[in-house]
Design a protein around this ligand. Sequence first.
Ligand code: ATP
Ligand code: SF4
Ligand code: MG
Length: 324
Amino acid sequence: MVLLEVKDLSVVYRTPFGIVNALNDVTFSIDKGESLAVVGESGSGKSTLALAVARLLPPNARYVSGSIVFDGIDILRLSSDEMRKIRGTGIFMVFQEPATSLNPVFKVKDQLMEAVRIRYEREGNTFDESKAINEIMSVLKDVRIPDPELIIERYPHQLSGGQIQRVMIAMGLLMRPKLYIADEPTSALDVTVQAQILKLLKDLKNEYGISILFITHDIAVASIIGDSIMVLYAGQLMELGPAKNVIYEPRHPYTQALLSSIPKISKFEGRLPIIGGSVPNLLNPPPGCRFHPRCPHRMDVCDKVVPNLVKVNNVHVRCHLYGQ
Ligand code: ATP
Ligand code: SF4
Ligand code: MG
């Protein structure tokens, strides 16, 4: 069953230098209990996509086209008040900078308590502090926080990065969202903690049936967490499909290039150079396929015509090598 359906989404930012074309015609969906990992280099539009879905874009951003239907509701038509209710309950987002996700002036306990209170209110139940504490302790155990009774008495600055992430995951679980959006939640952490958090998220997805939209610049991380993977480049969706297809039979030259940088899972080692050049300036994106200035397979048509998204088996790919 589809939980989130995004169609032809385009977003721009107004800046003193002109219009930044941050997202261009992005289409995808996430089923209930499924995870989608979005991968791409810095500036490819990953955070813009996450913020657009949560309707948390900054004031200089504008939805140019498209629709976002969450749990049957067209959220671009909701008032800010109606949207706030959905964010408290249906959609929970952890931002790119974990430290900014918690309020620095309140103890962990107060913030988790507030999350439970909001849910009780939504469910029409009276708040019961001792029940709430029991629930908080049990969820902190689920997210494998050591010494939870000590941790909840602390302020956010007294926690490590890994602990903050776990507290944020716990908060998400106490809220019981239908969709959990995590924007690069592990990139600031060391590799071991990263692996633990990813495993934890996967376990929790299976246990609680929560859908996940996970953002990362690392395709190896995407392959661990995503049931499906979307590859974004310069605001364009380049490839989207089940993780095993995208990882083991990548079709788009950009996906192949991303994979060539991780030797262990790459069949392309030695065949493709590590991607030269950098993500284009989105104030004035390249015409046609936005990847053409860096593409080893570029053809005459590539800088003239924007490739359509075509379906090859069960993968969607935007490249003139496929389709017509
Ligand atoms: P990173 O991996 O560095 O977090 P990202 O993939 O999340 O990158 P976005 O932050 O979505 O990329 O940015 C996409 C494009 O939009 C970039 O060109 C960026 O400069 C631009 N952009 C992002 N936020 C704003 C803003 N508030 N105002 C103007 N331009 C913005
Ligand atoms: Fe390369 Fe052309 Fe495909 Fe773009 S459309 S990825 S430039 S072959
Ligand atoms: Mg980002």
